[in-house]
Write a protein that binds this ligand. Structure first.
Ligand code: GLY
Length: 361
């Protein structure tokens, strides 16, 4: 098992990466001194596969878990389902000392985390991510929240988990489309922070797609390490944490104009990252061969790299981008890559450049 620490003073916590970790959920929660009552929030698919194991481990360690399930998919990340979770927590009389386990992918983690951040003005929560995307990104760092029709993650909070358990066994049965979507966040860390990781991804992609356990363990741990360093420096995104949003300005807008139905998050940010690489070429002089390497790696990972938009959808995309949280004073700010392994944030980009990369023909 690999251990990564997130250093945030009194809000510090441990990320564990390894096999058979769900069986240790109960004992690990007991070590944190959490109250007896808890709720395991997951989606219907995950609950079917891992719910029993999670609840069994918790009960054996002396906890009294209840289950709350939401439908699978991005549409559950909404205020309607937040309300449903509150009602269930109140019905089961969860108290201030109680805690929530977020068992599932990014949607469940963000939803359950937001519920934990706000129920009774905040209770503890533990992340048990079961998708690659959630293990390498969304379960770490305390960003929790839900979508509005107008945009992704427009309602939320910073609420750090008390523990993150990345059980690699869950990745064995993850549907291929979801596994590929998770790779979009993995590739992101290579582009924004770690050129050696990017080289390794280029070399080891077949082993990664074959889900070799040793390779995956090292990969998940490296991504968590990078995220822990960045979040440790800038918990609430007043500076460097913004680099983690590489590709997300266009990606989030694409998700919003597709009513959160067409693209998985990883697919949308794959398109967004290739677009951001093109913008980096125009605005910062990122070499064309690096843009090609980036596009090729996403393609080899089986991810989409471009989108065709008619004029009406393009207008909607621009409007959605203007609603992004990264807009300040009405200006859309981008995270761009200076080179592979080094990103800069807060970059103003003229609209004609965005038009150009969205319509290369
Ligand atoms: N997923 C971006 C962040 O956690 O800051």
């Amino acid at each position: 098992m690999r251990i990564v620490n997130v250093s945030l003073g009194p809000r510090s916590y441990t990320i564990k990466v390894g096999s058979d970790l769900l069986a240790r959920l109960g004992p690990d929660c007991a070590r944190l001194g959490l109250g007896a009552r808890c709720a395991v929030i997951s989606d219907l698919n995950v609950a079917r596969r891992f719910g029993k194991a999670a609840r069994h481990s918790l009960s054996k360690a002396g906890f009294d878990p209840v289950s709350i399930t939401v439908p699978a998919g991005e549409t559950s990340k909404s205020l309607k389902f937040v309300q449903g979770c509150y009602d269930e927590l109140a019905r089961h009389r969860l108290e201030r000392s109680s805690f929530i386990v977020a068992l599932g992918g990014g949607v469940v983690g963000d939803l359950a985390g937001f519920v934990a951040a706000t129920y009774l003005r905040g209770i503890a929560f533990v992340q048990a991510p079961t998708t690659l995307l959630a293990q390498v990104d969304s379960s770490v760092g305390g960003k929790v929240g839900v979508n509005l029709k107008a945009g992704k993650n427009l309602v939320g909070a910073f609420h750090q988990p008390r523990l993150v358990l990345c059980d690699l066994d869950a990745l064995r049965t993850l549907p291929l489309r979801e596994f590929r979507a998770g790779l979009a966040e993995v590739i992101k860390y290579g582009i924004i922070y770690d050129a050696t990781l990017f080289d390794r991804l280029e070399r080891e992609l077949p082993k990664i797609l074959g889900r070799d356990p040793k390779t995956l363990g090292a990969l998940v741990a490296r991504c968590c390490e990078i995220k822990a360093v960045v979040v440790g420096e800038d918990e609430t995104e007043s500076g460097v944490r913004a680099i983690l949003n590489f590709g997300h300005t266009i990606g989030h807008a694409l998700e919003a104009i597709s009513s959160y139905g067409n693209y998985l998050h990883g697919e949308a940010i794959s398109i967004g990252q290739v677009a951001a690489a093109e913008l980096s070429r125009l605005a910062l002089g990122l070499p064309g061969r690096d843009v090609d390497r980036i596009r090729t790696l996403f393609r080899r990972a089986g991810l989409p790299t471009q989108v065709t938009l008619n004029p009406a959808r393009r207008r909607r995309l621009f409007n959605a981008m203007r609603l992004d949280k990264k807009v300040s004073g009405g200006e859309i700010k981008f995270v761009l890559a200076k080179r592979i392994g080094k990103a800069v944030w807060g970059q103003k980009v003229p609209e004609w450049m965005i038009e150009e990369i969205l319509d290369p023909g």
